[in-house]
Design a protein around this ligand. Structure first.
Ligand code: NDP
Ligand code: MG
Length: 396
């Protein structure tokens, strides 16, 4: 029997990281944990190290790394503890790792994920922001370095499952008419519009179907998440924005669909639990048990669909426009959104101001070509500064 596949989990202390470790622990002979990374939750990272015994751990900064290293040594474990972006890139590109789960939230995940791609790893991509920021560059690196990119986002994983293995030859050649990207509509799908400016971070994070980290929960509430996913789908499947249609499906049972020219529409269904796409990508092209309960269609009984209302969800509209504009527009959109969501979670701005900040930053900055990592990072920095100065200007 071949040796277990060694997995680096970037963002191990987060929601996707923990679900990944749950699946791995169900298959001890098949996978082993090579490296775990965290950022602010040091005690959680320590607990994960005690349980999964990786060769490497990566903490947020040098002091945390010293602290963690001391605690692990006292527990009798010999684990190398690194820190910061350099530490993340080391464990994501390390020759000892076969698979990298990219589950850091936001732009902070870009460099380590790209490092995994450039090292030709099997990369399981949850960190959609990395692809949104640097799509052309990222996909070129996947091709140049022979990396195997597997989508973890439930919708993209569903689309991947509904496409033929030859989709890389072009969607048209495979007879694909469109991709149908489903969205739950989040907690504010039916909230009266005039109440949206008073909603709290707690309400925004209380997603009706999925349990997720706080940033993506707010993105789901604003439907920015679907906007980022539209851009993500275009890069992953070489689709134009016009080939991707967003539809609200409140039950979150159909995770997305592919519409073919002969009238066939293939869908992937399942309970809303990220362990399904994680297991699918980990074992691909095989299938493994994930711990997810079987789907009970009788208890679901009905599946509903509606078109998204772009007045209710201006972030979705802004993302559609950024997808069509291309070049640096998606990176600007993403950076402004990250700053705005953090400010909302900090109670410095209203929910409805997230879209205002993004719109103002997109209007203020010129859109440029971004064909190097430095260019992407420069756009990201510039857009963050513009969003911060919006906050300052408006007394937040
Ligand atoms: P969480 O907030 O739960 O976890 C984020 C992880 O990233 C944590 O391990 C966190 O460490 C780490 N992290 C945060 N900031 C930094 C930083 N600056 N440097 C290094 N590490 C950092 O998020 P989720 O797990 O929900 O989401 C992760 C990614 O997966 C996101 O891109 C999200 O869009 C995507 N995704 C998530 C889904 C879900 O169901 N949760 C579904 C589809 C996609 P610490 O906690 O120690 O601070
Ligand atoms: Mg998703």
């Amino acid at each position: 029997m071949s040796r277990p596949r060694r997995v680096t989990v970037l963002g191990a202390t987060g929601s996707i990281g923990l679900s990944t470790l749950d699946v791995i622990a169900r298959h001890p002979g098949r996978y082993e944990v090579f490296a775990l990374t965290g950022f602010s939750r040091l005690t959680e990272l320590e607990q994960l190290c005690l349980r999964h015994r990786p060769q490497f751990a990566v903490a947020g900064d040098v002091d945390q790394a010293k602290e963690l290293s001391g605690r692990l040594t006292r527990a009798g474990l010999s684990i190398s503890v690194l820190h910061g972006n350099a530490g993340l890139c080391t464990v994501s590109s390390h020759p000892g790792a076969d698979v990298v789960m990219a589950a850091i939230v936001g732009a902070a995940g870009l460099e380590p994920t790209l490092a995994a791609v450039k090292a030709g790893k099997q990369v399981m991509l949850a960190n959609k922001e990395a692809l949104v920021m640097s799509g052309a560059l990222f996909m070129q690196a996947v091709r140049d370095h022979g990396a195997q990119l597997l989508p973890i986002d439930s919708e993209h994983n569903a689309i991947f499952q509904c496409l033929p293995g030859t989709y890389g030859d072009g969607l048209g050649r495979c007879g694909v008419r469109r991709i149908l990207l489903t969205a739950s509509g989040g907690p504010f799908r039916d909230t009266p519009l005039d109440e949206l400016h008073d909603v709290t971070p707690e309400q925004a994070c209380a997603h009706p179907n999925w349990s997720m980290g706080r940033k993506i929960s707010v993105d789901s509430a604003s439907m920015m998440n679907k906007g980022l996913e539209l851009i993500e789908a275009c890069w992953l499947f070489d689709a134009t924005p016009a080939q991707v249609e967003v539809l609200i499906h409140p039950q979150s049972v159909i995770h997305s669909l592919v519409d073919y020219v002969d009238g066939s529409v293939l869908a992937q269904l399942g309970n809303p639990d990220m362990r399904t796409p994680i297991s699918h990508a980990l074992a691909w092209p095989e299938r493994i048990e994930s711990g997810v309960a079987p789907l009970d269609l009788f208890s679901i009984a009905r599946l509903d669909f509606q078109a998204p209302d772009l007045d209710r969800f201006p972030c979705l509209k802004l993302s559609m426009e950024a997808a069509a504009t291309g070049r640096s527009a998606p990176a600007v959109l993403n950076a402004a959104n990250e700053v705005a969501v953090a400010a909302f979670l900090d109670r410095r701005i209203r929910f409805t101001e997230i879209a205002s900040i993004i719109a103002d930053v997109l209007a203020a900055l010129s859109i440029v070509e971004v064909d190097t990592l430095d260019a992407v990072l420069a756009v990201d920095t510039q857009a963050r500064r513009a969003a911060e100065s919006w906050l300052k200007r408006n007394g937040r």
